[in-house]
Ligand binder design. Structure first.
Ligand SMILES: C[S@@+](CC[C@H](N)C(=O)[O-])C[C@H]1O[C@@H](n2cnc3c(N)ncnc32)[C@H](O)[C@@H]1O
Length: 368
């Protein structure tokens, strides 16, 4: 499949009958988009990108093609009816990495969660103009132990209000807001799932934390930040979706400052035994890469980092669960993940109860 000069993998290209315009649907880092070009007479008919006419961040090639067919392009020329099917077929020939990324986005990004979250908060008697970060804690801390686990994670970080923190795989922004609120510093969040990133920004705006947090779409293993930039990096319940952990930790090691820390808190395998799917991080085994704590330590070491011994945080999770039973939050993860949530959570609870997986924390630092 050809790559163009923007690094896009072009899946399908179609020109207008008069050969004046052309539209490409492309894949980039597991997401999809479309771009519009005009044949430039001043440049010997070369295709010139028309800025502002395309769109990116779609979770499937078909969605990008559908958007292209219905949007601005329809004013320039009519796309052939069969095009969407053609694009779908081309996307099925993408390599395994592209497909994992696309499936992860599909798993998390099914709905528009903001509407459900706000409707639920309203229904439980909250004034939407008076919301604070704490009101969101049942839904925006998408990991075992919720807010309690995030605060605990920070105890090993030496942060001040001047620190720069990156939350990798930020979901809808709960960890970032908690870190920013607790430490008074700015937190940047990145995530693969576009609808989670837009929801994270909207929620920060709603609770008055837009200046303290910022969010963008990115793949954890390929970040657009300078070397040695962040004082701390958090990775909370994200590694289960990433197969190449050495690649991931090499990238996190690159962007963290030499005095900085990387705080990993993932669900890890602690004994043999089968995991039943779906689970909260994956609909099926194809996008699930749950590893043993020893494999994390080996990957961190191979990436040039040193780390603390892994700590099983199951007790802290039990404490958080008993607190939530006494005071159920107004919104919870079923409002983010939809009707499949009880089955996902049930399967995870069994795997935890049977001692197959556990929530494990590791703190890593650059060597020397
Ligand atoms: C279980 S959620 C955890 C969200 C957040 N860390 C929290 O604790 O609230 C996992 C998140 O990781 C993101 N993710 C998975 N693979 C990723 C990757 N390669 N790069 C960036 N984000 C990724 C998903 O989109 C999802 O938002």
């Amino acid at each position: 499949m050809r790559k163009n000069r923007h690094g896009w993998q072009v899946l399908s290209s179609v020109s207008s009958p008069d050969q004046q315009y052309c539209v490409d649907v492309y894949a980039l880092d597991g997401q999809f988009g479309f771009a519009v070009f005009r044949s430039d007479p001043e440049d010997g008919g070369r295709w010139t990108l028309l800025p502002g006419q395309g769109e990116s961040g779609f979770s499937s090639a078909e969605a990008a093609a559908r958007a292209a067919s219905g949007g601005q392009v329809s004013k320039l020329f009519r796309l052939p009816e069969l095009w969407i099917t053609e694009v779908g077929e081309a996307s099925s020939r993408l390599g395994p990495k592209d497909n994992v990324v696309g499936s992860v986005i599909d798993h998390y990004g099914q709905d528009q969660p903001i509407k459900v979250i706000l409707a639920q908060l309203k229904q439980s008697g909250h004034d939407l103009n008076e919301l604070g970060p704490d009101d969101l804690a049942g839904v925006d801390e998408f990991h075992l132990g919720g807010r309690l686990a995030t605060v605990e994670l920070l105890t090993s970080a030496s942060l001040t209000s001047d620190s720069r923190v990156l939350d990798v795989g930020c979901g809808i922004g709960g960890v970032a807001r908690t870190v920013a609120q607790t430490m008074g510093c700015h937190v940047t969040g990145v995530d693969l799932t576009p609808v989670f990133v837009s929801t994270a920004s909207e929620l920060s705006e709603l609770v008055g934390m837009s200046a303290a947090t910022s969010f963008s779409v990115a793949d954890a293993s390929n970040l657009d930040f300078e070397d040695d930039y962040f004082d701390a990096v958090t990775l909370v319940h994200v590694g289960m979706n990433i197969e190449d952990k050495v690649g991931l930790f090499t990238e996190l090691g690159r962007i963290v400052a030499s005095h900085g820390t990387i705080h990993v808190y993932d669900i890890m395998r602690v004994s043999d035994g089968e995991i039943t799917y779906p689970v909260p991080w994956s609909s099926d085994p194809a996008t699930s890469f749950v590893e043993r704590p020893q494999a994390y330590v080996a990957a961190l070491t191979a990436a040039g980092l040193s780390c603390t011994p892994p700590v099983n945080r199951l007790d802290l999770v039990r404490l958080a669960v008993s607190k939530a039973k006494d005071q159920p939050p107004p919104v919870n993860l079923s409002h983010l993940m939809g009707s499949g949530w009880p089955t996902m959570f049930g399967n995870l609870s069994h795997a935890l109860g049977d001692g197959i997986v556990a929530p494990v924390e590791i703190v890593a630092r650059p060597n020397g």
